[in-house]
Design a protein around this ligand. Structure first.
Ligand code: NAD
Ligand code: IPM
Ligand code: MN
Length: 365
């Protein structure tokens, strides 16, 4: 299998965690006789500083010419006073729009070894396995008009969806549910917003194509509570762009750390892969970042862009193994009753690589 992967590491901990993800993918390639070609381009704050724009033309061209894009994270405190369209985050939104993927899959899996790290009780989080399907190209992020009018002291954004945009992402959610536990929870605010009423009607229509899948609707405010009270009762959760952004970070509480969550954006010209977390300026450059979300994102590249299911599963199994062995980055050691050794970003990456090797040699023998 040949895969051309563009790495846009970005800012803060982005380069630290993507380095580890790439190293794991290189290990998989060399063990399995695959050719993964990696190219690197700038995006975000680093591109603003060096190229004067958060998404340089050559980055976008290389992205469109690749089989998959692995993005680290963008953003930094030094850019916080810039207008939204000038910030590092604008580069991320532009590349998402240009690649065209509209279904952002954000699996939140509660590894048993980490339940002690969740502020929720183990009997609540143990066994939770949720797949968020976040609509990524619509809603408030892209709706027009949007403006801050400084003369009148008003500002507005527009939450807009077409039925076709809802139908296509809902279909992906239902298709994925058929491969899981056959349940879809659609999250909206249909008690207040017309756009949510359209959302709900479109999801109901798609549901008729999938008689084997149970559909439930939740309002986003109640959902944010239920997610903490009964995370195990969810399978696939489909929702609009901003609700999905917020709920997926909330799901980090279930997994024990934001640094554990991967994502894959599918449905467009080129799939985009990014951990859910941001550039974490508070810990950047210190070797404290958890690379497991990025490494699990690498597994999603193999699954969704390479069709390499066994290799993707081997990476996921390796993450589980290193957790079983007691490997922890600082974010996973807030509660550390067993006194596990705390590893740096690169040490954790090395442990996963070693384990992937054993896993894949076992599969091939
Ligand atoms: P953040 O996700 O960067 O960090 C939130 C908290 O989680 C911080 O305390 C951080 O240290 C911790 N954290 C995040 N990832 C971690 C990891 N891998 N290991 C250990 N701890 C980790 O969110 P924020 O602080 O709100 O935002 C910082 C910047 O990142 C902002 O500019 C924001 O816009 C940007 N951001 C970018 C992306 C992206 O590029 N995909 C995603 C979210 C936020
Ligand atoms: C995410 C991030 C981005 C989003 C920002 C940085 C634009 O929070 O990927 O979750 O809101 O989509
Ligand atoms: Mn987010």
């Amino acid at each position: 299998m040949k895969l051309k992967i563009l790495v846009t590491a970005g800012d803060g901990i982005g380069p630290e965690v993507t380095n580890e993800a790439v190293a794991v993918l290189r290990e998989v390639a060399s063990l399995g006789g695959h050719t993964f070609e990696f190219d690197a381009k700038r995006i975000g704050g680093v591109a603003i500083v060096q190229d004067g724009t958060p998404l340089p033309a050559d980055t976008l061209a290389a992205a469109l010419d690749s089989d998959a894009v692995l993005l680290g994270a963008v953003g930094g405190n030094e850019f916080n006073s810039l207008a939204p369209d000038k910030r590092p985050e604008a580069g991320l939104l532009q590349i998402r729009a240009a690649l065209g993927g509209y279904a952002n899959l954000r699996p939140a899996f509660a590894f048993k070894e980490l339940t002690v790290n969740s502020p929720l009780r183990p009997e609540i989080v143990d066994g939770a396995d949720i797949l968020f399907v976040r609509e990524l190209l619509g809603g408030l992020y892209f709706g027009q008009p949007r403006e801050w009018n400084r003369d009148t002291n008003e500002a507005w954004n527009t939450m807009r969806y077409t039925k076709a945009e809802v139908v296509r992402v809902a279909r992906i959610a239902f298709q994925l549910a058929t491969k899981r536990r056959n349940k879809v929870t659609s999250v909206d605010k249909a008690n207040v917003l017309e756009v949510s009423q359209l959302w709900r009607a479109a999801v109901n229509e798609v549901a008729t194509e999938f008689p084997g899948v149970t559909l439930e609707h939740q309002y986003v405010d109640a959902m944010s509570m239920h997610l903490m009270n009964q995370p195990r009762s969810y399978d696939v959760v489909v929702t609009e762009n901003l609700f999905g952004d917020i709920l997926s970070d909330e799901a980090a509480v279930i997994t024990g750390s934001l640094g554990m969550l991967p994502s894959a954006t599918i449905g467009g010209k080129v799939n985009l892969y990014e951990p859910v977390h941001g550039s974490a300026p508070d810990i950047a450059g210190k070797g404290l970042a958890n690379p497991l979300g990025a490494i699990l994102t690498g597994a999603l590249i193999l699954r969704h862009s390479g069709g390499l299911e066994a290799e993707a599963a081997a990476i996921e199994a390796s993450v589980r193994k290193v957790l079983e062995q007691g490997c922890r980055t600082p974010d996973l050691a807030r509660s550390n009753p067993q006194g596990f050794a705390v590893l740096s970003t690169t040490e954790m990456g090395a442990k996963v690589r070693e384990t992937v090797k054993t896993q894949l040699l076992a599969v091939s023998s």
